[in-house]
Write a protein that binds this ligand. Structure first.
Ligand SMILES: [Fe+2]
Length: 315
């Protein structure tokens, strides 16, 4: 059966679905892509469409949550770097487990990020400020773990220092490759060790949004769904991205490709999950998620923890 796009969306960029009832207003926009996997699993046609649609969307920033390559080879990195250059927006990247050599053991142990540093970024943990967003990317890949990741205490301190200087109006966004939240069905979804420690810290740092990949399937929710933490009124929106440009999709996204288009205003975080529709040769929004933003969520004075400041009611 031929795919029929929803009425009114044929020529859209995907931002229309995020515009809200009060009409379209341009708000900070982030394109979240992940697990590009330059190398054998890479899909050039799909990748081309991502660039083209990005030119229509004109995001303020593009976030790539790891696994730029399949085997961390020079040629793969060279192609990935050339690809990222084509986005006409700042690009925030973080390494994934595939961006560390898997079989080249000498390189893996001695110079695991040699090619990443040479072609993508000399820095493994970064801070980017753009359009009312502060984006902290933490490297969760490790040379000594095969596929799983870690975030060290020193990286949590790095994030704290980075967010320290931001003002309340700026959205605080955290990027890792490995997932801090399990998939809703918990299928193959062991989160990285010490994920709860990291989430606790990020909650206290008033992080608004966490972006990650690794699972090759998207899911979008709230940290309170699976980890109440000790500040139960405040969760963090978590957006997992599937593989955007490879044939390595898993679970319900097996052989599928997805990205997330995110807008953030002072009241809300809106995420449109897009999937590749081969018949249209483009990504289309297939689900939309809106979350109240930051301090406005879960207001209820009765649940205030001891020592926690009183918040303004929802307006
Ligand atoms: Fe991956």
């Amino acid at each position: 059966m031929e795919f029929q796009p929803p009425a009114g969306r044929e020529a859209g960029t995907g931002l229309e679905c995020l515009a809200g009832k009060r009409g379209f207003t341009r708000v900070p926009t982030l394109l979240h892509i992940s697990d590009l996997h330059f190398g054998k699993p890479f899909l050039p046609d799909v990748a081309e469409a991502v660039v083209e649609q990005s030119q229509e969307i004109k995001p303020d920033v593009v976030v790539v949550s790891g696994d730029l390559t399949q085997r961390a080879k020079v040629q793969e990195y060279s192609q990935a770097a050339a690809y990222l250059e084509r986005f006409k927006a700042p690009v925030v990247v973080t390494p994934g487990n595939h961006d560390v050599p898997f079989y080249r053991f000498g390189e893996r142990f001695l110079l695991p990020y040699r090619n990443y540093r040479r072609y993508i970024s000399d820095q493994l943990n970064t801070v980017t400020q753009v359009s009312q967003m502060v984006i902290v990317a933490l490297n969760s890949s490790r040379r000594l773990t095969l596929t799983n990741g870690r975030i060290r205490r020193s990286q949590l301190d790095f994030a704290e220092r980075a967010f320290d200087g931001s003002d309340d109006a700026q959205a605080r966004i955290l990027v890792t490759h490995h997932h801090l939240a399990p998939p809703p069905d918990f299928d193959g979804g062991n989160v990285m060790p010490f994920a709860r420690r990291a989430l606790k810290r990020f909650t206290r740092l008033s992080v608004d949004l966490i972006l990650a990949g690794h699972m090759h399937r998207a899911y979008i929710g709230n940290s309170l769904d699976f980890f109440p933490g000790d500040l139960r009124r405040r969760g963090i929106v978590i957006a997992q991205c599937g593989t955007t440009t490879s044939r390595r999709g898993r679970g319900r996204e097996r052989l599928k490709n997805t990205f997330n288009l995110i807008t953030i205003d002072e009241l809300s975080i809106r995420i449109a999950h897009h999937a590749w529709i081969a018949e249209l040769s483009r990504f289309m929004p297939i689900s939309e998620h809106t979350f109240p933003r930051g301090r406005r969520q879960y207001f209820d004075a009765s649940t205030r923890s001891e020592g926690e400041p009183e918040l303004s009611p929802v307006v």
